[in-house]
Design a binder for this molecule. Structure first.
Ligand SMILES: Nc1ncnc2c1ncn2[C@@H]1O[C@H](COP(=O)(O)OP(=O)(O)OP(=O)(O)O)[C@@H](O)[C@H]1O
Length: 242
């Protein structure tokens, strides 16, 4: 094994993975630089979720290597990968999966409470993120009393609350209307940039790549052809205001 370059927070080489015999990744190599927002774009079934799950240590690839901060992830035992996910990574996907009996702030604070942080500090951090994401006023409401966009932003707050080094966002806007989805992505991108958090965003909507610094494509589990120049330019443009 050869360690990756120092400025890559995540680095994966020649990943291959099959789900119950059906191939999802067929030799994918990728690097993610510290602090960047990287969009992984591709059609449904391209292998985006599988790639994010391998990078975040949820899945061990059948073949290939994953490195985080110059340490191998693919060779770690499950408890160590679980600790990595808990302490260093945040995860948002298209289903907010909030606990129905908890309020928005309690849901957002959950990762801190579960790792044993104090109630007061957890509540303050959760409240701060909810306010940053423009939903501080609904912090005491339960999920059933929130709109879908508010629930999704609560899930974003939950992913950010522990101060992760990397947030994996797997189709985080899938259930939302376009305007709500764009707002969630803008707020996630803004929060990540201001806190120097790296984001790996999987999306089947090339429009969402506008929020990223860089885009890579996946097609049928393989790297896709490079994006046309005009798309690359718009993908690398940061939003004027977020
Ligand atoms: N748990 C699973 N069991 C069986 N097959 C799976 C499983 N997860 C994914 N697959 C298959 O692996 C391939 C890649 O799926 P994956 O979810 O990684 O792609 P994706 O690009 O994220 O797609 P989508 O945008 O629809 O989520 C698909 O053919 C999918 O049907």
């Amino acid at each position: 094994m050869v360690a990756p370059p120092d400025n890559d927070v995540l680095w994966a080489r020649a990943l291959r993975h099959a789900h119950q015999g059906s191939p999802a990744l067929l030799g994918v190599s990728i690097n993610v630089r510290a602090g960047e927002i990287l969009a992984v774009v591709g059609p449904h079934g391209a292998g985006k979720s599988t790639l994010l799950r391998c990078l975040s240590g949820q899945l061990v690839p059948d073949e290939g290597e994953v490195w985080f901060n110059s340490g191998p992830v693919h060779t770690l035992a499950e408890p160590a990968r679980e600790a990595l996910r808990r302490d260093r990574f945040g995860w948002v996907d298209g289903e907010a999966q909030l606990m129905p009996e908890l309020t928005a702030w309690e849901n957002a604070a959950l990762p801190m409470l579960l790792r044993g942080d104090g109630h007061r500090a957890s509540k303050a951090a959760a409240q701060e993120w909810l306010e940053r994401l423009d939903i501080g006023d609904v912090a005491r409401r339960r999920p059933a009393d929130l709109t879908q966009a508010q629930r999704q932003r609560t899930a974003v707050a939950r992913a950010l609350v522990t101060g992760p080094q990397v947030v994996f966002a797997d189709e985080p806007t899938a259930p939302l209307h376009r305007a709500d989805g764009a707002h969630v992505l803008r707020t996630l991108a803004s929060a990540a940039r201001s806190h120097d958090i790296t984001v790996v965003l999987a999306t089947s909507d090339p429009d969402n790549a506008r929020h990223a610094d860089r885009t890579v494509q996946l097609v049928d589990g393989r790297p896709g052809s490079p994006m046309p120049l005009q798309d690359r330019e718009s993908a690398s443009a940061r939003p004027a205001s977020v």
